[in-house]
Write a protein that binds this ligand. Sequence first.
Ligand code: GUN
Length: 279
Amino acid sequence: MAQLIDGKKISAQIKEELKEQTAQLKEAGIEGTLAVIQVGDDAASSVYVRNKKKACEYIGIHSKSYELPSETTQKELLKLIEDLNADDSVNGILVQLPVPAHIDEKTIINAISPDKDVDGFHPESVGSLTIGQPGFVSCTPAGIIELLKRSNVEMDGKNCVIVGRSNIVGKPMALLMLRENATVTVTHSHTKHLKEICRNADILIVAIGKKEFITGEYIKPGAVVIDVGIHRDENNKLSGDVKYEEAEPIASMITPVPGGVGPMTIAMLMHNCVEAMTR
Ligand code: GUN
């Protein structure tokens, strides 16, 4: 039976630590503000944005909310980002993705000052991560490293297989795992013999966005399994990219869905906001 990696508990610990840090910073006269921009009213995005603002309030930083109509032009959005870049009272800027189809996501990400890029999506942030320079790290992969460290999972010299190569999770995850001295394999939709490769993983990180794709056959006995996926069925039941009932008896440690990786993303966003304040 696998040990549960409790993301809810670990994220709560991190938020407590950050709350203490912001209280100390406040005593030194330093306060932080995160600008959160949402274009349109995508329901899932609204939930994420609300949770991000709640987390800010909890840890003791201000949030400025910009809820823009879906007809907002790219030019208008760029102007807002430009103003926020120049506003010294704002430490972090977050544009909730996806943006409507008439707005180019890359152009928007590139417009955010790397000094305020608390999502860690700017090419400069990604480049810094690649060559081991200080910079903001994408929140979900950074959260996974925290989950592993705080669960005392040894990464040095271990075989880590990542399923998925997205810019937000798979690629930065590979770089972070390299930084921890793991031997890293990144797999994707064109990978041959995926099952065999996954069965070689000491640490298996799954971020492919396909419900319960990873069955027990993909898992080496005793592996640590991290499930980044989140899927909601017609009865509102949540499940991940990993078939939990099959994986759990085989793995040594596993993240549940919900309550695994999910809560870590916001905790690491708050971590980045506090880092932005102290820069
Ligand atoms: N949409 C889904 N996840 C994220 C995230 O981590 N940051 C932003 N900005 N948008 C998202």
